[in-house]
Ligand binder design. Structure first.
Ligand code: ASP
Length: 442
């Protein structure tokens, strides 16, 4: 057998390192799926599980970035706004869009489940009792936005409190004028450092994504998935329908941009969200892609995206719609129109309170079930396959954040069309170079 020459070896290596990051992640995801399924079918699920720490390591690396990245980039983002009233306008538009898209998502979920009846004929057997999570009151929610101690908010990773503090610091920098010049320069420089660090960590995404995919595909065999296959299919189809109708529609008709580019530009965070099942954990990737691939300005992306990772959960709402109807059907409960409306309202509000972490939507499902008197035991049935559903819903949650950031940026004149139209350049081998991220099309 011939041994490869050094040149040939370098050729194979540069084929991989020179590839665009999203392609690397996509290949890793596909390979992970195939290998995971093969391990599962050959009775080697434990090998698949033993790979998981590689994925966890990557997720820990991204999570390490969240607090400093949100803080410094939002401070610089707000401080660079020309006009203070812009902040108020952006906030209102963002809230309205986030809530409206979530309400549509849950309606799609309910509609699909009513149409395809996933719960009819399902034998629920006996399930463990689950108690509903109590919803915080409105006053508690509003008071909770303002940190009494910003350092504690950083330490706890409380994103909403960090956002509020960062907005105030950014506004104060603007109002303080010349006196704040050194502070402004410090934050600008710190933001660049954080973005560089983010691109370094993100270049490990293919390995993390591969490991997580091998683990999940290896651990969930057909015997676990088959009984609830219809629920899984409906959640996945629902997510695709929502993205194709609502996000593509918003991008095309409201932002007047090419929807295909939006999907290309969002693919990296969507794939990381799919495998990590955490929209907060994906946030640094989302912010980087929005800026670098979609041309969203930092002042918009640094506000809209952290907020979205915390309060915008279209996938979660859609999933709750499907699951609520599934549980009602499986228990033979007929829901009235009033109850459907209650589900839309509760799921929209519950999605705001859902943290962008793995499995949070399942806990909030108990709130939605309780609002219409459905048996909470239903949660235990869904729990067995929740990771698989979480993958789809988190991917949609993040896709929604990207879509809204484009629409808001476009409406504020804060979207760089040239980058939106041409860039898709995050290449694995650019992360460690010293220049700021390249914007040339590959
Ligand atoms: N995992 C989801 C997210 O991070 C939340 C959920 O469980 O629905 O967006």
């Amino acid at each position: 057998m011939k041994t490869p020459t050094p040149t040939a070896r370098r050729g194979v290596f540069s084929f991989w390192t020179g590839m665009q990051l999203w392609k690397q992640i996509f290949l890793a995801l596909t390979a992970g799926l195939i290998i995971g399924v093969a391990l599962n079918m050959s009775g080697n699920a434990d090998i698949a599980t033993s790979i998981k720490p590689v994925g966890d390591l990557f997720i820990r690396g991204i999570k390490m970035l969240i607090v400093p990245l949100i803080f410094v980039s939002l401070v610089t983002g707000v401080a660079s706004l020309q006009n203070l009233s812009t902040m108020g306008r952006i906030s209102i538009k963002t809230f309205v869009l986030y809530l409206a898209t979530t309400a549509v998502a849950i309606t799609i979920g309910l509609g699909l489940a009513v149409l395809f009846q996933p719960g009819v004929g399902v034998d629920l057997g006996t399930a463990a009792a689950v108690s509903a999570k109590a919803a915080p009151t409105l006053t508690e929610t509003i008071l909770g936005l303002v940190p009494t101690n910003p350092v504690a908010a950083f330490a706890e990773g409380n994103v909403l409190q960090i956002i509020v503090f960062a907005i105030f610091v950014g506004l104060a920098i603007t109002l303080a004028g010349d006196a704040a010049k050194p502070v402004r320069a410090f934050f600008d420089s710190a933001a660049e450092v954080m973005y560089k660090l983010t691109s370094i960590i993100i270049s490990f995404a293919p390995y993390g994504v591969f490991a997580l995919m091998v683990w999940v595909a290896g651990a969930y065999g057909m015997d676990v998935l088959a009984p609830l296959a219809k629920v899984i299919a409906l959640v996945y189809v629902g997510c695709v329908v929502h993205a194709a109708l609502v996000y593509a529609g918003l991008i095309k008709f409201v932002a007047r941009l090419n929807p295909v580019r939006y999907f290309q530009g969002s693919i990296e965070p969507v794939m990381v969200a799919f495998t990590s099942t955490s929209s907060s954990g994906t946030l640094p990737v989302t912010m980087m892609s929005a800026e670098r691939n979609l041309g969203v300005s930092r002042s918009v992306s640094s506000f809209v995206l952290p907020l979205g990772a915390t309060i915008n959960m279209d996938g979660t709402a859609l999933y709750q719609g499907v699951c609520a109807v599934f549980i009602a059907q499986a228990y033979g409960v007929d829901l009235t129109t009033g109850q459907y409306l209650t589900i839309v309202l509760t799921a929209t509000l519950a999605s705001i309170g859902t943290a962008g972490v793995p499995g949070a939507g399942l806990i909030m499902l108990s709130l939605v079930l309780a609002s219409v008197g459905l048996p909470l035991e239903g949660v235990a049935i869904i729990a067995g396959i929740d990771r698989i559903l979480d993958m789809a819903r988190t991917a949609l949650n993040v896709a929604g954040d990207c879509a809204v950031s484009c629409v808001i940026a476009r409406s504020e004149g804060e979207l760089d069309e040239k980058t939106y139209d041409t860039a898709h350049v995050l290449r694995a081998d650019t992360a460690l170079t010293s220049a700021s991220p390249s914007r040339t099309a590959a």
